[in-house]
Design a protein. Structure first.
Ligand SMILES: Cc1ncc(COP(=O)(O)O)c(C=O)c1O
Length: 341
């Protein structure tokens, strides 16, 4: 009864099978294999546009390489204060960019406050060369609070990016969950909304270790392959990452898995909403709720696993995944509802 993280969920069997199938014989290394070519083709079809695609094994690598493409060492990256990039990557974006500055922006429910962002940018430049050059806006979709930027919000972000001539990056560690939540087209949620670079996550949604950096803006890709190599993320046996990503996209497996995870979260929300306080809107597969400490202790005794949110004693995070079992969700909801009676 694990609700701790989608990172703890198993690999989907189809993806595991794809790794085994890719193991038949020899293949060219360093990305010059048929699996990697096929993944690029699939991405270009899916997003209905040209794009440069780098299969990678971690989201931190995807985010960091993205930053090196668009942010010089003297530049700055604007992101939400709780963005993975800012809070959970141990300075990797600063390291890989050679010292760029991260500027954390506040905002409710894990999303950048767009007025605060515009306000910040409108005041930059007054110190001339004494200040870092705003270069990139990075948003997380879904956000770290489990919320999703709407298409209207993305449109506003695009206008800000254009107003200040910046590059727009999307950390899509849970991209599929966000896409299912909005129910829109992939192109609409990305390049049509001004996204230049996407960290496309698959690991949390059923892959073993498979992420990709997808770049839609051809002006950013000139030295992308060297930058990947310099970062230590040019994988010699890339076929095994690409094979996972191909299986992930095949027959909409990625969307089916994400939809299941989102449905489980919605089901939990609907069955407990009458008595439980939810800290953020439930829009995808991560849920944050406040419960009496005694209830939290009892849930632990009953074998439910989850995180108590750092800095609090009574806010828990529940993460639902492709492998979440509906019966476990019912048991959890039932236990909470009975205890709060
Ligand atoms: C929002 C977000 N971005 C990126 C990542 C990528 O992390 P990792 O480098 O562990 O793959 C994560 C993983 O927790 C995440 O939640």
């Amino acid at each position: 009864m694990n609700f701790r993280s989608d990172n703890e969920a198993p690999i989907h069997q189809e993806i595991l099978n794809a790794i085994i199938e890719a193991n038949a014989g020899f293949e060219e290394s360093y990305g010059y294999d048929k699996f990697s070519d096929h993944f690029t083709e699939q991405c270009q079809q899916l997003f209905q546009c040209w794009c440069e695609v780098l299969p990678l094994t971690t989201g931190t690598a995807a985010n960091s390489i993205a930053m090196t493409l668009a942010c010089p060492p003297y530049g700055s990256i604007l992101c939400h204060e709780h963005a993975h990039l800012n809070a959970d990557e141990c300075g990797a974006p600063e390291f890989f960019t050679g010292g760029a500055k991260l500027i954390p922006i506040k905002g409710d429910h894990g999303k950048i406050d767009l007025n605060a962002l515009d306000n910040y940018l409108s005041h930059t430049g007054v110190h001339g060369e004494h200040e870092s050059l705003p270069s990139v806006i990075s948003i997380t979709q879904c956000s770290e609070a489990g919320t999703v930027y709407s298409l209207a919000e993305l449109e506003q972000l695009k206008a800000i990016k254009q107003k200040y001539n910046l590059t727009l990056h999307m950390d899509g560690a849970r991209f599929a969950n966000a896409l299912c939540s909005l129910g829109c087209d992939v192109a609409e949620m990305t390049w049509k909304s001004g996204i230049d670079m996407l960290s496309f996550g698959a690991t949390k949604n059923g892959a073993m270790m498979a992420e990709a950096l997808i770049v839609f803006n051809p002006h950013l890709t000139k030295e992308i392959k060297r930058l990947r190599k310099r970062s230590g993320h040019l994988i010699s046996k890339m076929r095994f990452v690409s094979a996972q990503l191909n299986a992930y996209l095949k027959d909409d497996l990625w969307l089916k898995m994400a939809q299941h995870a989102n449905d489980m979260a919605q089901h939990f929300h609907q069955t407990t909403n009458a008595k439980v306080k939810f800290i953020h809107p439930v829009e995808a597969n991560e849920v944050f709720c406040q419960l009496p400490v005694t209830v939290i202790e009892q849930l632990r005794i009953e074998g439910f696993e989850f995180h108590v949110w750092p800095g609090s004693t009574d806010i828990i995070r529940l993460v639902f995944s492709h492998a979440t079992n509906a019966e476990d969700v019912n048991r959890l909801a039932q236990s909470i509802m009975q205890q709060i009676d």
